[in-house]
Design a protein around this ligand. Structure first.
Ligand code: ZN
Length: 313
């Protein structure tokens, strides 16, 4: 394998970059803020008679929340579940180990009968108490059920809402619903053709591709939200979290893991990095845009169903 010259200088960094990469990330903060922002915008319209009640109920729940990990508003709380997970990551790792698997489902790409990617059949109440080995599909179902149930304690309703604001977003990152024995791309080194920095495929989807959509998160959310056609909104609002996971899985197989053939750089230890080129980006960027918009539409619909018929808190 031959490296193109401009990458040779940086190729010794591949192994180090992979070791330094965090285990599992999620959409960058920007991605989550975009998704929550689209959801809030959809709930702020009069297009659906349930919107006003659902948004009011969500905001009433969040208004009583003094947790300092994020700002307290609807959009910022979409970051809370990552902050909570990482809050003791460098210490006791109790929160980290108890909740980190809730952010993804490792469905295996490429045959090889994998274990059931979501093995947990029963869940305790409250859902925020565990179990640690559960996956994102189950957790979304559990937290949505808790939010619908007026018998759920106020504290748990608030947690359920914060988890939903985040997890519906994570489920739409294709590499949160697929794995090729590489931690959903976390251990697959990549170099962008436009930048020499060594990264990994998962981080490329979390951050780099969102950044390539352009603008700050507010303007990106507005742009994506305006582009949602009524027919798309209706189609996207259907389905279950398990179906959304299958859709993300298909995008991972068809696009995220469809790596450019033959373009690799290799460091002195023989560790390879895939060079992601403009052709790859051209296919990936529209998928990222659509997944962000879809996640926003689905988050809004899920909150409508869970919150619109609630008695006032
Ligand atoms: Zn996450």
């Amino acid at each position: 394998l031959r490296a193109c010259p401009r990458h040779v200088l940086f190729a010794t960094l591949i192994a180090a970059a992979l070791l330094a990469a965090p285990d599992v990330f999620a959409w960058s903060d920007a991605g989550h803020l975009v998704i929550a922002s689209i959801a809030r915008a959809r709930l702020s319209t009069r297009a659906d008679p349930r919107n006003a009640a659902a948004l009011k109920a969500a905001q009433a729940l969040l208004a009583g929340d003094t947790d300092p990990l994020t700002r307290p508003d609807f959009v910022s709380r979409s970051l809370w579940a990552d902050r909570w997970r990482d809050s003791d990551r460098e210490g006791t790792r109790e929160r980290y180990e108890a909740t980190r698997r809730w952010h993804f489902v490792n469905a295996q790409v490429g045959g090889g009968q994998a274990d059931d990617p979501c093995p947990v059949q029963q869940w305790p109440r409250p859902a925020s108490a565990g179990p640690a080995e559960d996956c994102i599909v189950n957790k979304i179902g559990q937290f949505a059920a808790e939010l619908r149930d007026p018998a759920t304690s106020l504290v748990e309703q608030r947690l359920a809402l914060k988890y939903l604001l985040h997890l519906v977003g994570d489920l739409h990152q294709p590499l949160h619903a697929a794995d090729r024995q590489d931690g959903g791309g976390n251990r697959l080194a990549t170099v962008s053709a436009s930048s020499p920095e060594v990264s990994n495929l998962h981080a490329y989807w979390d951050r780099a591709l969102v950044a390539k959509l352009g603008g700050d998160w507010r303007s990106l959310a507005r742009r994506l939200e305006r582009g949602i056609a009524p027919a798309q909104e209706r189609a996207w609002s259907a389905g279950t979290p398990a179906q959304w996971a299958q859709e993300s899985f298909a995008r991972a197989v068809d696009v995220a893991y469809a790596l450019p053939a033959g373009r690799r750089v290799v460091d002195e230890q023989g560790t390879e990095a895939v060079v992601l080129d403009a052709v790859y980006d051209e296919r990936a960027i529209p998928v990222v845009a659509e997944q962000l918009a879809k996640a926003g539409v689905r988050l809004a619909e899920l909150l409508r169903r869970a919150l619109a018929a609630r008695p006032p808190t």
